[in-house]
Design a protein around this ligand. Structure first.
Ligand SMILES: [Zn+2]
Length: 429
């Protein structure tokens, strides 16, 4: 099966909502498509419900290319959607469905482009297809398990995964920007807890647990650390200047207050860049209390911090702890990953050329994502991995990922497949 629209339609109709994240049907569909073309995919996983698929499509030379996506999707509340979320219904040129963008659409582009390349007999370097389970709940039984239990060695290789996108309305708008995700900020999820004496709502005190927690959370979210230049941002700004979208010359910056002010001005001009310049802190959950006239003895909240390269989760948590110490609020890390990325390498040029072969007027920009993906697991075993779902959309459409009415332009499915085909061709030229 090398028709990506037909394959995506079938794929979306297999509900892989996570939780529970049962990917057996999806793995069977993808494996079947490969077996039908005479290939031998291997399926393995921590549990039968969480299979991962690996297939050597062809080629013998290294470095190889690994095309990665995940089969599971976040749940969808059908009553909020304009079409059933697992119907793959086509309306006004869009295929609707949970996973059309995140990341089943990318998966079918990988699958169909790889099968076309195998048929054309162009594979000199090793080409691998990977489909993981479990990404939407952290990848523990998915990509993490996958990289630690490979059924055969992959060898020297580069990876292409989700994480970057094509966007029409950023950097001032009016362009075709493909953001190549080279880096990802690190998540640091912290629980802040305040304990105190329970009491009557008619006799409040500044020592009440909820009152102290609120003050602590406010202090943390009002923490706006100075803008700083990191390697991924430097790479991005060099390209934006070369293409005429910014006049900031990062190579002329010499640190200090002047550099900081130049970066702050940049963040004001391009709000989408601002979170790449510093750590961010968001309040994400709050709990405490059970009755309007009772002051509870315990109050808790969580902060989702996203930290820039050069920061360590423990050090960031220690700073937060120090900031709220006088309020007697404890800070505990629930989950953290270090910021991670891959340096500019030969895959960058190949991906840029592949995008330009389909969209000659596009601008490819090296980027750091504020979110995190499975790429970190592949990077951890020495596979430099970049993220790109090469479909071009306004930001509002990308915003439907994890939201309501997630959809992909039908024409974009084939367009994306052509970009991946062009990448495979270049990688084997
Ligand atoms: Zn997702």
């Amino acid at each position: 099966m090398t028709d990506p629209v037909a394959l995506l339609s079938e794929y979306v109709r297999i509900d892989t909502s996570n939780p529970p994240g049962d990917c057996r049907g999806a793995a069977e569909l993808l494996s079947g498509a490969l077996r039908a073309e005479g290939l031998s995919p291997v399926t393995f996983g921590a549990t039968p419900e969480k299979p991962n698929v690996l297939c050597h499509v062809g080629g013998t030379e290294e470095p190889g290319l690994v095309l990665i996506h995940h089969m599971d999707v976040v749940p969808a509340r059908a009553q909020e959607w304009s079409v059933p979320p697992f119907s793959a219904e086509v309306r006004n040129g869009f295929m609707y469905g949970r996973g059309t963008l995140d990341t089943k659409g990318l998966g079918v582009a990988h699958w169909c482009a790889a099968l076309r390349a195998a048929k054309a007999g162009i594979l000199r370097r090793k080409l691998f297809l990977v489909a993981n389970a479990d990404e939407e709940v952290g990848g523990g039984e998915g990509a993490d398990y996958f990289v630690r239990n490979l059924p055969f060695p992959i060898g020297a290789a580069y990876g292409m995964n989700e994480g970057g996108v094509g966007v029409t309305d950023i950097f001032g708008g009016g362009g075709k920007f493909f953001l190549l995700n080279m880096w990802e900020k690190g998540p640091v999820w912290m629980k802040l807890s305040a304990a105190g004496r329970a009491g009557h709502g008619s006799r409040p005190s500044v020592k009440d647990a909820p009152a102290r927690l609120i003050r602590a959370l406010t202090r943390v979210t009002e923490l706006r650390e100075p803008a700083r230049l990191t390697e991924p941002v430097r790479d991005m700004l060099r390209v934006l200047r070369a293409k005429g979208f910014s006049d900031l010359d990062v190579d002329a910056l010499r640190g200090g207050a002047e550099e900081e002010e130049a970066l702050e001005a940049l963040g004001r001009r391009f709000p989408e860049i601002d979170p790449l310049l510093r750590n961010t802190y968001a309040i994400t959950t709050l709990s405490g209390g059970f009755k309007p006239n009772v002051i509870p003895s315990l109050a808790e909240g969580t902060i989702d911090a996203r930290i820039v390269p050069g920061e360590e989760p423990e050090a960031v948590a220690a700073r937060v702890r120090a900031r709220v110490a006088d309020l007697d609020v404890s800070v505990e890390i629930l989950f953290a990953e270090r910021p991670n990325g891959s340096p500019m390498g030969p895959l960058y040029g190949a991906m840029e050329a592949a995008v330009l072969s389909v969209h000659p007027d596009a601008v490819v920009v090296p980027y750091m994502s504020t979110g995190f993906t499975d790429s970190r697991f592949f990077r951890s075993i020495g596979i430099p991995t970049y993220g790109l779902m090469p479909v071009l959309l306004p930001r509002a459409e990308h915003g439907k990922i994890h939201g309501v009415d997630e959809r992909i332009p039908v024409a974009g499915i084939e367009e994306m497949t052509r970009v991946v085909s062009a990448l495979i061709e270049r990688w084997n030229a």
